[in-house]
Design a protein around this ligand. Sequence first.
Ligand SMILES: C[S@@+](CC[C@H](N)C(=O)[O-])C[C@H]1O[C@@H](n2cnc3c(N)ncnc32)[C@H](O)[C@@H]1O
Length: 348
Amino acid sequence: MDEYLTSYEDIDVHALMLKDLPRTRAYCDAIQQCAGLLEGKTVLDVGAGSGILSLFAARAGARRVYAVEASNMAHIAKEIVAANGLGDVVEVIHTAVEDVTLPVDAVDVIVSEWMGFYLLHESMLDSVIYARDRWLRPGGLMLPSSARLHIAMCDLSDYWREEFEWTRDFFGFDMTPLVPHLKERRFREPLIMSVDERCVWRESAATVLQLDMSKCSASELEAFQVESRLTVCPGGNNEARKVHGFLLWFDVGFPSVSDKEQPVVLSTAPWQPQTHWKQARWVVIPLPEPMSVCEMVADERAGEGGASCGAAGVRVSSALRFVREGGSRNYTLDLEITDVQVVKGTGE
Ligand SMILES: C[S@@+](CC[C@H](N)C(=O)[O-])C[C@H]1O[C@@H](n2cnc3c(N)ncnc32)[C@H](O)[C@@H]1O
């Protein structure tokens, strides 16, 4: 078994996911909302883990649930299903979904919790897409049914201070020649870290990727580029707004089934309750040097003879490339800043 699947044999990983209430509740509510669509239907749970999503599907009225789990967690899932007296509905199958043989030609519904850091890390989505193309009947239901990746600019002053600024005067010596080397080491990969929500420039937020789970393909996710033009304002009260990097987070959506209820969205946005993806929502791609929004706007105003020039903020255009090589489950993320401009009015 590969390292990835072995990591899912750690019972603490499953306890962490189960106790992540925004996550588990979103699935519970979404599956319950879809009860009318699940009643008497066949469900495939891709990567069942402890079996929790299969239990939700059984409770919502599914006739048969195939809980496919590749890791040895399948043994515990079987016990959990039995402990809940659902053995006649939920069948735990200990194998990779790519190798499974089901006793039916097709299923009506696929449910899975496959999301990783920046949505796509670990690439479990490939297995869900495989299962969809192999086992879902035409017009069948995917839970979740959509996924989106978002980006915003953020201030990492605390991180900068802690990692680099101490070098300026260290026991009376200038240690700043260390900084480029430290940056080279620290910024080799995106930072997975906690950032205070107040340090995320919300007005700059944009959606950079949208996936329709009934249509997306694994090949389109092999290598792709997203472009964004994000504008950050100087802020009121002479706030010294800075931009140190780009933050990535995701949400997944479930189908809308009635006019009376809002469709469920599981969001890992900075301003939503924390989930176990707490780091994932904070995948930060740092800039080599921070940008001072206030100084850039002030310079523009001074250049044009005062505040009346209406400089509204700084707009950063960028291209973010995602590349997955050599069958790797993980991506290399590469950010290129293509333009930085002080913009007026609405930023157009
Ligand atoms: C993120 S966990 C979700 C577990 C459970 N569904 C839940 O919501 O708590 C993903 C699970 O999928 C399993 N898994 C990953 N790839 C798989 C595959 N190709 N076939 C079967 N199981 C897989 C992992 O072992 C892990 O238990």
